[in-house]
Design a protein around this ligand. Structure first.
Ligand SMILES: [Fe+2]
Length: 433
């Protein structure tokens, strides 16, 4: 029998994994209307409700506001949310709220909205220049001195899993780098996960966020095991992302199966309740999985792709600026990256192929090819480009793309194959040509 990589005890390697979650996760049709009850339970009197400009006109928004006000919670509204938030915008949004007397935050929206609320909460609770908190090496990576104000997150896309994670992703505009703020205090206090909120998602947003879920699941599932990390001198040094764990594996397997079964259905019929239910639950469990395990190459490649995109204006993302939606900017490179590295974690990739295709593929090379074919077909079915050239990149961008990816060492370190500059050049070239 092959050695179990998890069941090992060694003085040179870490032997512990950690799962941190919101205090409360509630899931189910209609649960967003329990926001007032939750806010009151947390003792909140005046909250900032962070919501995107489109959603602010919806019945969902009215229901959420009503629920809060019915419980005697005063609601301030902030709609300064940008898809893929930028540091300058976040600072502007903070200026608008900094003198307000708030004791909590509610985020209603996709990953960008939840991330915006996380950052506003951080700056409002412990004011400092934003760069102090941005991850090293771009910023100083300062950890706030204690808990932030309570944040209730109500996700409206089945994708990012941001409602359960301690990370906010943002663009640093001046240096055109996508990075993040991550510390344990950023995690929402309560997540209210309501599949009804996704019924109005347009098809391309459904496609992109669903692809993100698939990548979270496959990347975390195929990461190096947590026992491959070096032993720590003290527990405080243990990174948020541990590498693959048995629990992460379990969640990823189920999420992969549900995305396979339900993403095309949710894309084809927005009102398919069963598909929406399982996509939402799949996104959440994949979020709990990758939230402690981490992700690797496709997500690292997505940073420069999203940061450098110049002339791609996908359907349903008409904001007046070019954008490579997060799920699309991870799924295109995923097809090529997984094919490239599949042989370095044969057992896990073989299992992914089995879940997605029902086929037992033994041949090491064929596993990568089968997964590649699956991805390309899925992208085509969802009307998503299958190649970086189709979203405006050429071989002239190669150096910058590779350089931008190499900055994401924290993620690349999780790859089952040690990734060099040459590897990335090869994967990017495959994806561009
Ligand atoms: Fe993601």
């Amino acid at each position: 029998m092959a050695m179990n990589p998890y069941v090992t005890y060694s003085p040179t390697n870490d032997t512990v994994f950690v799962i941190s979650l919101p205090q409360t996760i509630k899931f189910g049709f209609g649960v967003s209307k329990e926001v007032g009850y939750e806010a009151k339970r947390l003792g909140l009197k005046r909250v900032l409700l962070v919501v995107g400009k489109k959603l602010v006109e919806s019945k969902l928004f009215e229901d959420v506001r009503q629920s809060l006000e019915n419980e005697g919670v005063a609601v301030e509204i902030n709609t300064r949310v940008r898809v893929e938030p930028e540091d300058e915008e976040l600072i502007e949004a903070y200026r608008e709220i900094k003198d307000k007397d708030l004791d909590g935050f509610v985020a209603l929206g996709g990953g960008s909205t939840i991330d915006t609320a996380k950052v506003l909460n951080l700056l409002h609770t412990y004011p400092r220049p934003i760069e102090d908190y941005i991850n090293r090496p771009v910023g100083k990576g300062i950890i706030p001195p204690g808990p932030l104000k309570p944040l209730i997150a109500i996700p409206t896309t089945a994708g990012t899993g941001s409602e359960a994670t301690s990370v906010a992703i943002l663009d640093v505009k001046q240096i055109k780098v996508k990075t993040g703020i991550s510390n344990q205090y950023m995690r929402p206090t309560v997540a209210l996960i309501d599949p009804f909120t996704t019924l109005s998602l347009p098809p391309m947003v459904t496609a992109s966020s669903g692809l993100d879920v698939l990548n979270h699941a496959i990347e975390s599932f195929t990461s190096r095991p947590y026992t491959s990390k070096p032993a720590l001198k003290n527990p405080g040094e243990r990174p948020v992302y541990s590498g693959a764990t048995p629990l992460g594996d379990m969640l990823a397997r189920q999420a992969i199966e549900w995305v396979h079964k339900y993403l095309r259905r949710a894309f084809g019929d927005p009102y398919d309740l069963e598909a929406r239910y399982y996509m939402m639950l799949g996104a959440s469990i994949a979020g709990v999985g990758f939230g402690h395990v981490g992700v690797h190459i496709p997500h690292s490649m997505a940073y420069p792709i999203a940061g450098m995109v110049r002339n791609y204006y996908p359907q349903d993302y008409e904001f007046g600026y070019p954008i490579a939606p997060h799920g699309i900017s991870t799924a295109i490179p995923a097809a090529y990256a997984f094919r490239y590295i599949a042989s370095y974690n044969h057992a896990k990739f073989k299992e992914v192929v089995r879940i997605l295709t029902g086929k037992e593929v033994e041949n090491v090379r064929e596993v990568g090819e089968s997964l590649f074919e699956y991805y390309i077909k899925l992208l085509e079915d969802l009307h998503v480009p299958t190649n970086l050239r189709d979203i405006g990149f050429t071989s002239a961008d190669l150096d910058s793309l590779v350089e931008g990816t190499l900055k994401q060492q924290r993620l690349l370190a999780q790859s089952p194959k040690t990734i060099t500059k040459k590897d990335l050049e090869k994967i990017f070239l495959d994806a561009i040509s």
